[in-house]
Design a protein around this ligand. Structure first.
Ligand code: CUA
Length: 380
């Protein structure tokens, strides 16, 4: 039995280690977490294999045979030595692994020398990152830029419901809870672009609540920061005044609110929508913009029911005089406003706060133009 367990272990440990469980590691903390995970695997696989071997052997060896249905099993009393061993060994193992995990947690959460503060503000359904420059001055951005090898402390807030800030490659995640500020520390150590995700079901647009983290060289980071407008309007839009008051430390930016595009020239979009054709627009609709998740549109094979049915409402709503007054009279103008400033005109029966208000930042002007061309051709 021991031989089988040893052979099983010898097969299972390399197998467990060879499987890529995690995305590319992008931070010092991710390295610590993954080493911990490897140690846990190596410690637990032999125990699992041994226990399963004993279980399967016992099921086979001590199975009930024909004619034994009415018989009692043999009377067995305790074995003190065995009981001491099977209590002491797991206890030692668990205490050691917990101690190790605790030290990893402590070291990942410890404040680092010269760390840079980035404020993360969340709301349905967008992230906003702000970089304090000096008292009263900050740079706000819908995408996260970080200098490589520089410790960062994220101060995370929520303007509405509970969200969760997660960059899988950093192996760190923390909830954004309304009314309090939560703190997360990361030291990115690998250049690249990584997805940022909300991992708390926060409403109909939860699956669209994404951004990207760009880890760049310190020089590139400084250049990017300099190129950004100081105290630009918050990309996630201005929350109502009563919400701002409820959020400690939320900087109210004067004149914010109108989505006068701060146009962060982050045309790092790796999409292939280099043209504004209707076909490119369809790709944006079903792809990175995520419109299909909420809207019905036959031309895109979309069947979402969260937002207005575009097959029906696109033409009727854009022909509505109340809409034409605020969104413009042509179909093209109407569609463009509906994408970039969705609550300027609200179709009856739908409420504000569902459609992400930041598509003018999340999509490039080319992608928006492609979407407008696609939707206006689909509406004819
Ligand atoms: Cu925010 Cu899910």
């Amino acid at each position: 039995m021991v031989v089988i367990a040893v052979i099983g272990t010898a097969i299972c440990i390399p197998l467990a280690l060879i499987i890529p469980w995690f995305p590319a590691r992008g931070s010092i903390q991710a390295g610590n977490v993954r080493t911990l995970y490897t140690v846990l695997l190596i410690a637990t696989v032999p125990i699992f294999v041994l226990v399963e071997t004993v279980v399967l052997f016992s099921v086979w060896k001590f199975r009930m045979r024909p004619g034994q249905e009415e018989m009692d099993g043999p009377p067995i009393h305790g074995n003190t030595r065995l009981e001491v061993v099977w209590t002491a060994v797991p206890a030692i193992l668990i205490v050691s692994l917990c101690t190790y995990a605790y030290t990893v947690l402590r070291s990942n959460e410890a404040s680092k020398k010269g760390e840079m503060t980035v404020n993360v503000t969340t709301r349905q359904f967008a992230f906003e990152f702000s970089y304090p420059i000096s008292p009263g001055k900050q740079v706000v951005s819908p995408v996260l830029y970080l200098p490589n090898d520089k410790p960062v402390v994220f101060k995370i807030r929520s303007l509405d419901v509970i969200h969760s800030f997660f960059v899988p490659s950093f192996s760190e995640k923390l909830d954004a809870v309304p009314g309090i500020v939560t703190t997360l520390r990361v030291t990115p150590n690998r250049l690249g672009t990584y997805p940022v995700e909300c991992t708390e079901l926060c409403g109909a647009g939860h699956s669209l609540m994404r951004s990207s983290a760009h880890v760049v060289s310190p020089a590139e980071f400084t250049a990017w920061l300099r190129s950004q407008p100081i105290n630009g309007p918050p990309p996630v839009g201005s929350p109502p005044a009563n919400v701002i008051q409820a959020v400690p430390g939320y900087a109210v930016v004067p004149g914010a609110g109108s989505s006068s595009s701060a146009s962060p020239s982050t045309s790092s979009s790796s999409s292939s929508a280099s043209s504004t054709s209707a076909a490119a627009g369809k790709a944006v609709f079903t792809g990175q913009a995520g419109c299909s998740g909420c809207h019905t549109l036959a031309a895109a094979g979309a069947t979402g029911t969260v937002g207005p049915d575009l097959d029906v409402r696109l033409r009727t709503d854009c022909a509505n005089p109340a809409s034409q007054k605020v969104r413009g009279t042509t179909l093209q103008q109407c569609i463009e406003t509906a994408i970039t400033d969705p609550y300027k005109y609200l179709p009856s029966g739908y409420s504000a706060g569902i459609m992400p208000p930041n598509f003018s930042q999340r999509l490039t002007p080319t992608e928006i133009q492609a979407l407008v061309n696609f939707l206006s051709s689909a509406a004819k």
